[in-house]
Every structure is written in structure tokens, then in C-alpha cells.
Design a protein around this ligand. Structure first.
Ligand code: ADP
Ligand code: MG
Length: 747
């Protein structure tokens, strides 16, 4: 131990009686206010937070060898005495180079560091040092910018920067992994005894999980790759398990509530199905059946209908609505955008033609009513009155449904379309507003059906939707034609334009998707990340190893692309532009014009993503395709091929090889679920969903690709909740769930 370390050790002892693991980190005086601020940026407030701040990768410097055995290009650790060290100033490059020679029993090697002249202050001739890095060659073997630490001669224990699996943490300006390693290694032994294992012994045993103390120790300073694996598995299990327990208990709570029984009128269902211009798929039949079975219970349904773009969720939802309304109840249907709400209003009005069902539409800017297949606009107050009097049977709308003060007379079924588009807070508001709970009265809440077109990989569904029952539309209607998907390298761009022109001549329409609106920092796509500061999102990105961190300068913008296509490429075609910063009215007008065939080409950001139905559109052209996730690209692609025309999806790229192989997955696979699994593997769930709305922490996110683990977690949670619903025998666990719950804002 060096003199400096001794001093710190002493201070630690002095501070020690005042600190426990929940203490704010500033109670340790070694951490200066500047460092406290930086730690706070990483979300670290207490000592516990610090120990739960996990490395996102490790440098494998575990191979310690004699200097004489070093080989070029090898990553290794050597240990020896500094025989010479000096700073050299290179005038040409205006750089400091610190050069040292290190010698062990049978060899010597050179090491150089660039622009770290201060190293001379701590590294002296005659000292022993441990060095790790990749071996280079320039006349002789040498290390360039190796990791280093001072040691007592030939020491191998207590190494933290070299000679082992070295943790690398998500960093922020002024706070390096080196510093974190130092502080964690210093503090961990003191606090480790305070980690109490909340996981029941039986579960640890049956799942072969290591102890919490060990896991925390090994995740920071693993003895070996195997130890690390065990630690990650244990900690991932923990996170998923707490979420799962929480979800299972929610499910029990939910099922304890009361809702209206809606009898399954088989003739009604059959007549409706017979009236459709197509035959239902097996998956649609099965899902409808599952839903209608749920509605017959006086426990509220809480079901997720999961189905790829175009798999026909709307008609399944309509079957549920029909049952509810014909039994005398009201239904509500919420969609994430105005365009989509309007589309549902029209489509469902048509599906229910002749059924004498009165449908209302309520969005931020429009209120309408449909009776006997005639759509009339309606004053909002009148619409609200008709809802509370029960004259309106089905109310379709946007967030307005939860924002306005709506009093349903007898709401028995609520449907949320594209539910992943709504944040956690909005879903909570839905439960509060639509699922109004009246004090004092017998509590009756509507059955809840959520729908999503993002094919959630099974693991994620199991983990994140633990409180939901799931129906799967894993089959597309038979009559669908394949969409020809092609990656277009820069050189072939002109050909694609010619092709597009030809399609327009034939009467077809074209979508063009760009990743951003304009050059400024405020683009809207989910793939953006230009914030210079390291924020949590960036940390997660690093964690899931997204390598694509190139500048945004070369990225196509909607405004530029619009100008280019309008003025230069297709001056004789009618082109419109759509993006999220436009007013809803504007957007609507542009969509309506496009739908009516008044424009040929629509240049848009990803706002187009959800649900839009334009059967005449035959080309989807995506600029900067490598900027989007596979699942999202698949959604874009689903915008075409909805009519009888052969359709095409063109992926324009910059020719980046890595992105190319990812995009090829899209050209070869038509299956959204398959693509979602791949996307999850490649990009991690955080990117996959664009935001943190699933509330899953990083480690568990990474392990979501591990279906075996996720399944085990769910089974163990179910078992535990079944045997002890209140978790009376597990106070530590209850406490942990409570902590997590406030952290995740799940309620
Ligand atoms: P999504 O699941 O993406 O919401 P929609 O419900 O909008 O899909 O359905 C897409 C299109 O497919 C609609 O035009 C719908 O009428 C049609 N459709 C639905 N089910 C079938 C089926 N079984 N056979 C043929 N077409 C269908
Ligand atoms: Mg839909």
C-alpha cells in the first residue's frame, strides 16, 4: 500500500462510524463536491448506488507473463521495475510523450504514454509497476498507452487496473473508470457485510444462483470469466424477479376487482364474421375466442393482443366491441394519433354498418358522431352529453379520452391500440380515468384489451408484461403479397428514382422516410442521440454495445429531402412533407390529401410509423435505413402492400458494411416476430423500444435475450406468489419490491 492509500484508509476509518450503505456518498470526505456532482450525473447518490453501478464491459488483462514472452499484437500484463522514465516533447505534433523502460528477471520492454506528462509525478525509476495492454512493434516491442498501476514487487493480489479482468464503467466527463475502480475497490470491503440477501434460499438453490455479496464483489472485480458469468446471472435474475413479483401481485390485485359479465353471443359473433369480405385467420379466431371468453367473467380482463403490422387486430377488437355493445354496454377505443383515431372511426363505422351502433370520435381537434353510417361533426358538449346518457355506444379517440372529463354511463370494455406508444404515465392515467373507480360503490371496472403491432419478443413479453394475458396473431391473412425489399447502395440511387417515377406514372403513390426533420438538434426520431453529455440513455446505448456513433451530419432530413425531390429529382410530381412538429390540423390535411391521391410522394419522419392505411401506396423508400431498428423498419414496410398492387421497400444506405448485414435480415425475413428477436439481440431492448418506457433496468435488459432465464424467473415468481401472496415470510423481498416500484414508477 502506498503512503497516499494509507492516508485514505485512515480517513475512511475516521468517517466510518458515520456511514452506512444508504448514506449519501458525500459523507465520505474523500469524495469532493466536484466528484459528487459527477456521480450524481450517473445517478449515484448513496454508497449502495455506487455498488449497483455496474461495469458495462471488461478488459481482459488477466494474462500475466514474463516480458521475454511478449508477442506482437497480444494483449497481456507484465510486471517489472522502472529502469528509466522521461518526458519527451515532440514539437512537430505538439505533444508530450512519456517514455519508460520496464525490466523483469529476463527481459525489458518500452512503454509510451501520450499527453500525460503528469505521469512523471507518480512513476519513478526503481519502482515496480504492472502494465497491461496490447503489444505493438516499431523496431522493438512496446506498449502504447498501457493501463498501469504501481505494485509491490511481483504482487498479483489487489490489482485493479491491470493483471485481471478489469471493469470498464459508463463514464462521464471528469469521472473515469480508473477513478470508479479505485473508489469501489476501496469502499467495497467495508460495506459488503451490509448487503443482505433478499432472495429466498430455496430459489437460490433451485436456480443455482450465487449469494448477493459474492455477486456484487464479482461483478466489479471478477476472479474469472466464470465468476463474472455467475455474478451477472444472479444480478439479472434479481432485477427480473422483482419486476415479475411486482407484476404477479398486480395481477392478483387486478383480478380481485369486479367487472361486468358480457355474455358470449355466439350467433352474433358468427353473423358478424360471415358478413366480413374475408375469412378470418386461425390466429384471429383463436384470439377473438380468448378475448370473448375473458369478457364472460366478472373479473376484469387484462389482455394484450399482439400481432404484426397488418395481421388484422382491428377486426378482432371489433368483435369484442360488438359483444359488449349488443349486450347493452359502452366501449372505448384509444389510439395514439389523431390520424389513426380517425382511421379507426371510419373503418369501424364501416364494419358495423347496419348494426345500429352509434360511434363517437373525440380527438384534440375533432368531435364527430356516426349514426346510420353517416358521419356528422358534433359539438363537444353534445358529444359528452351523449356519452354520459349512453346514447353513444362506442367512443373512439386519442389521449383526449383520458384527458377530458368523460363520464360514461356504463363502460364495460376499454381498448388501447398501439399500446407501446403510450408511456407508463399515460397508461396509469388510463387506469385512473377510464377505469374510474367510484368510492363507496361496488367497484366495477371495464375489461381492458391492449393491442400492439410491435411484435414484442416473447422474452420481453414474459418479463415486462407479467401482469397481462397474451393473445398472439402469429399468422398473416392469406391474400397478402410479398413486399419486394431491396438494399439500395449509393450508386444505384438513380435507378431507384427512375423506378419510382415509373410507379407514379402507373398511378401508384410513394412514401419517403427520413431520420430527421432538419439539421438542428431537435429531430424527432427514436434513434437520435446527439446530446454531448453522457446521460443515462447513452450509458445504456454503450451497454448494449451500439457502435453506431457517427455524427449526424450525413443524415438525411425531411426538409432537405423534400426540397431535393420537389425541385430537382421529380419537379413534375406532386410532393408533400409531413413531420411531428406540424400542427395536428396540418398533418391531417396532408394525410387526407395523400389518401385521396392528391399527392404522389409523401416525405415524412417516423410519425408515419403507426397504423396508417393507404392501399394505393406501393413504394416505401427509407433514407438512412441503418439509423432505424429492424422492428421499426418492418413497421415502415408494413405501410405498403396493403392494396392489390405489387409493392416495394427500398432501403437507402451509406454503404456501411455492419449495417448492411443487419438490413439484409430485413430483406430475407417477412416475419415481424423473427425480426424483433433479431433486433433485440443486436441492439438490446432499450434501443428496440426507443425509450425506457418498459422501465427495465440495464442488466435485466441485457439478459432479456436469455429466454431460459426469463422463464425461470417468471416460474419462480408465480410459485412464490401462489404460496405466499402477501410475501409475509419475506420481509426483505417486500422491502426491495417497494424500493423498485418507486424507482420504476410502475404505479
Ligand atoms: P393491424 O393488425 O396492423 O391493425 P388491420 O386491423 O389494420 O391490421 O388490418 C389490416 C388490413 O387487413 C385491413 O384492411 C383489414 O380489413 C384486412 N384484414 C383483416 N383481417 C383479414 C383477413 N383475415 N383476411 C384478409 N384481410 C384481412
Ligand atoms: Mg392497427
Amino acid at each position: 500500500m502506498t503512503g497516499k492509500e494509507l492516508k485514505i484508509e485512515f480517513r475512511l476509518l475516521m468517517d466510518a462510524p458515520l456511514m452506512d450503505i444508504k448514506s449519501p456518498i458525500q459523507s465520505f470526505r474523500r469524495v469532493s463536491p466536484a466528484y459528487q456532482k459527477r456521480l450524481l450525473k450517473l445517478g449515484i447518490k448513496t454508497f449502495e448506488d455506487l455498488f449497483y453501478y455496474f461495469p458495462y464491459r471488461y478488459d481482459d488483462f488477466s494474462k500475466i507473463i514474463p516480458i521475454a514472452n511478449l508477442k506482437i499484437n497480444e494483449t497481456a500484463t507484465i510486471q517489472g521495475e522502472i529502469t528509466r522514465i522521461k518526458n519527451i516533447r515532440t514539437w512537430k505534433k505538439r505533444m508530450f510523450v512519456t517514455e519508460a523502460f520496464i525490466q523483469d528477471e529476463n527481459g525489458a520492454v518500452r512503454a509510451v504514454w501520450f499527453n500525460q506528462p503528469f505521469l512523471m509525478n507518480s512513476l519513478k525509476e526503481g519502482q515496480w509497476i504492472s502494465l497491461s495492454g496490447k503489444v505493438n512493434f516499431d523496431k522493438t516491442l512496446y506498449f502504447s498507452n498501457p493501463a498501469h498501476e504501481k505494485i509491490v514487487a511481483n504482487a498479483t493480489s489487489h490489482l485493479r487496473h491491470t493483471g485481471r479482468l478489469v471493469p470498464v464503467y459508463p463514464e462521464t466527463r471528469g469521472l473515469s473508470s480508473r477513478w470508479l475502480r479505485y473508489i469501489i475497490q476501496l469502499l467495497l470491503p467495508k460495506f459488503l457485510p451490509e448487503f443482505k440477501d433478499h432472495l429466498p434460499f430455496e430459489i437460490k438453490k433451485s436456480q443455482n444462483l450465487i449469494d448477493l455479496k459474492n455477486a456484487i464483489k464479482e461483478i466489479h472485480f471478477p476472479q474469472s470469466a466464470n465468476h463474472l458469468r455467475a455474478a451477472r446471472r444472479r444480478l439479472a435474475f434479481d432485477e427480473l424477479f422483482l419486476i415479475q413479483l411486482f407484476a404477479q401481485r398486480q395481477k392478483i390485485k387486478w383480478k380481485k376487482q369486479y367487472s361486468q359479465k358480457i355474455n358470449f353471443d355466439q350467433k352474433l359473433a358468427k353473423d358478424f364474421v360471415d358478413s366480413l369480405p374475408f375469412k378470418l385467420t386461425e390466429a384471429q379466431r383463436r384470439s377473438a375466442w380468448e378475448i370473448l371468453q375473458d369478457l364472460e367473467k366478472d373479473q376484469p380482463m387484462n389482455r394484450l393482443l399482439e400481432g404484426d403490422v397488418g395481421s388484422g387486430k382491428t377486426v378482432v377488437a371489433a368483435m369484442a366491441i360488438l359483444q359488449a355493445v349488443k349486450a347493452g354496454w359502452q366501449a372505448a377505443f384509444m389510439a395514439p394519433t389523431e390520424i389513426l383515431a380517425q382511421q379507426h372511426f371510419k373503418v369501424i363505422s364501416k364494419l358495423f354498418q347496419g348494426q345500429q351502433i352509434i360511434i363517437g370520435l373525440l380527438t384534440g381537434s375533432e368531435t364527430s358522431i356516426n349514426s346510420s353510417s353517416e358521419i356528422k361533426s358534433q359539438k363537444k358538449k353534445e358529444l359528452l352529453d351523449k356519452i354520459s346518457s349512453g346514447q353513444i355506444h362506442l367512443l373512439i379517440g386519442t389521449h383526449a379520452l383520458i384527458q377530458e372529463n368523460i363520464n360514461f354511463k356504463n363502460l364495460a370494455l376499454a381498448i388501447v391500440d398501439e399500446q407501446h406508444r403510450f408511456g407508463v404515465a399515460q397508461r396509469a392515467a388510463l387506469q385512473k380515468n377510464i377505469l374510474k373507480i367510484k368510492d363507496g360503490q361496488p367497484v366495477s371496472i371495464p375489461h381492458l384489451l391492449s393491442m400492439t403491432a410491435t411484435p414484442i419478443p416473447r422474452t420481453l413479453a414474459l418479463a415486462a408484461c407479467g401482469d397481462l394475458d397474451i393473445s398472439l396473431l402469429d399468422e398473416m391473412p392469406k391474400d397478402r403479397q410479398e413486399i419486394v425489399t431491396k438494399i439500395i447502395p449509393p450508386l444505384a440511387r438513380q435507378n431507384a428514382y427512375t423506378f419510382i417515377k415509373d410507379q407514379v406514372k402507373k398511378g401508384r403513390q410513394v412514401f419517403v422516410i427520413c431520420p430527421r426533420i432538419e439539421i438542428a438538434n431537435n429531430h424527432e426520431s427514436g434513434t437520435n442521440n446527439t446530446n454531448k453529455e453522457t446521460n443515462i440513455r447513452e450509458i445504456r446505448d454503450k451497454f448494449v454495445k451500439i457502435s453506431d456513433k457517427r455524427s449526424w451530419d450525413d443524415v438525411k432530413t425531411v426538409k432537405e429531402e423534400f426540397e431535393k425531390l420537389d425541385k430537382i429529382i421529380f419537379p413534375d410530381l406532386k410532393i408533400a412533407m409531413l413531420h411531428g412538429k406540424m400542427k395536428p390540423k396540418e398533418k391531417e390535411k396532408i394525410m387526407a390529401d395523400f389518401k385521396a391521391g392528391k399527392t404522389d410522394i409523401l416525405v415524412s419522419t417516423s410519425v408515419i410509423e403507426v397504423g396508417i392505411d393507404i392501399p394505393n401506396a406501393s413504394v416505401m423508400m427509407i433514407e438512412g435505413a441503418e439509423r432505424f431498428g429492424l422492428a421499426q423498419l418492418h413497421q415502415f414496410r408494413g405501410r405498403v402492400g396493403r392494396g392489390s398492387h405489387q409493392s416495394y421497400c427500398f432501403l437507402f444506405t451509406t454503404g456501411d458494411k455492419a449495417a448492411g448485414s443487419r438490413l439484409r435480415a430485413l430483406t430475407s425475413s417477412k416475419n415481424g416476430f423473427e425480426l424483433a428477436e433479431k433486433d433485440l439481440e443486436i441492439r438490446g431492448p432499450g434501443e428496440f423500444f426507443g425509450t425506457r418506457q418498459w422501465g427495465l433496468p440495464d442488466l435485466s435488459m441485457a439478459s432479456l435475450t436469455d429466454i431460459v432465464l426469463v422463464k425461470a424467473v417468471r416460474e419462480e415468481a408465480e410459485k412464490l406468489v401462489k404460496s405466499d401472496p402477501e410475501l409475509k415470510n419475506y420481509p426483505l423481498l417486500t422491502q426491495k419490491i417497494f424500493q423498485k416500484q418507486t424507482l420504476l414508477h410502475l404505479e
